[in-house]
Design a protein around this ligand. Structure first.
Ligand SMILES: [Zn+2]
Length: 242
């Protein structure tokens, strides 16, 4: 009897061990479009490549999460976050691919970090784009500040952090919990200000996330860039990178 109890404890103990060392990829994209010669090519991923990457996640049993479900990283199989910075209009291409790949068993979800003062500009998402995507429950809209400044060089944190959060919440009707620092730029002051209004601060430090219970770790969340030149092979490797 004792032996059985010990065996049971061992089996129950294993998953906790696995989760303790778990590394969660948080990917960052910008434009999902063909590159037409404008801007920086590496900030584009073609819709064809994006679909191939999302299909890889689908076929390999990943669970796509958004920041509302952060606690689920400990509960789901192969958690991963797909994020998009700057709120480009062409993120509608990613949304269409999510809709195409959705099945009963695979729910592709992602987070778009919009710049609140840029909403409705010609190459950016409009209020109605945002409302439509949020209603689908496939996209979460979070903040990338009001005007995309380098946050280490400003003084008007209230406008950039609180103002953008409130403006986005008014459009989406959902809580804004996460802030992506423009240019991935932050310092202690930026983290302190972010903590006043957000639960998460997102950087572009190129690592997988692993819980260390270190101070401020939820305000220093790392992300892996997916680029124009990223092949599906590179993509698969990046998800497991040390
Ligand atoms: Zn940006």
């Amino acid at each position: 009897m004792k032996k059985i109890v010990i065996l049971c404890l061992l089996i129950v103990g294993i998953p906790t061990q696995v989760f303790a060392q778990q590394k969660v990829p948080i990917l960052v994209y910008h434009s999902i479009d063909e590159f037409q010669g404008h801007g920086i090519k590496e900030l584009y991923v073609t819709p064809g490549n994006f679909e191939e990457q999302m299909t890889y996640l689908k076929n390999h049993g990943y669970t796509l999460l958004t920041f509302e479900r952060w606690q689920d990283i400990k509960k789901v199989n192969k958690p991963i976050f797909i994020t998009f910075d700057d709120g480009y209009k062409n993120n509608l291409n990613a949304f269409a691919i999510f809709q195409k790949l959705e099945t009963k068993h695979f729910k592709p979800t992602g987070t778009i970090f919009v710049i609140s003062d840029f909403i409705g500009r010609s190459n950016r998402l409009s209020k109605s784009d945002i409302k439509m995507m949020v209603a689908s429950e496939l996209i979460s809209i979070q903040s990338h500040t009001a005007t995309h400044p380098d946050l280490t060089k400003i003084v008007n944190y209230e406008y950039e952090l609180k103002g953008s959060k409130e403006k986005i919440e008014k459009i989406s009707g959902k809580p804004v919990l996460a802030l992506a620092y423009p240019y991935g730029s932050f310092n202690e002051k930026v983290v302190t200000e972010t903590m006043k209004y957000y639960h998460f601060g997102i950087t572009t430090t190129p690592e997988l996330f692993s819980e260390k219970d270190s101070k401020n770790e939820l305000y220093l969340i790392p992300r892996i860039y997916v680029k124009y030149s990223t092949t599906v092979n590179d993509f698969a490797k990046a998800l497991k990178a040390e």
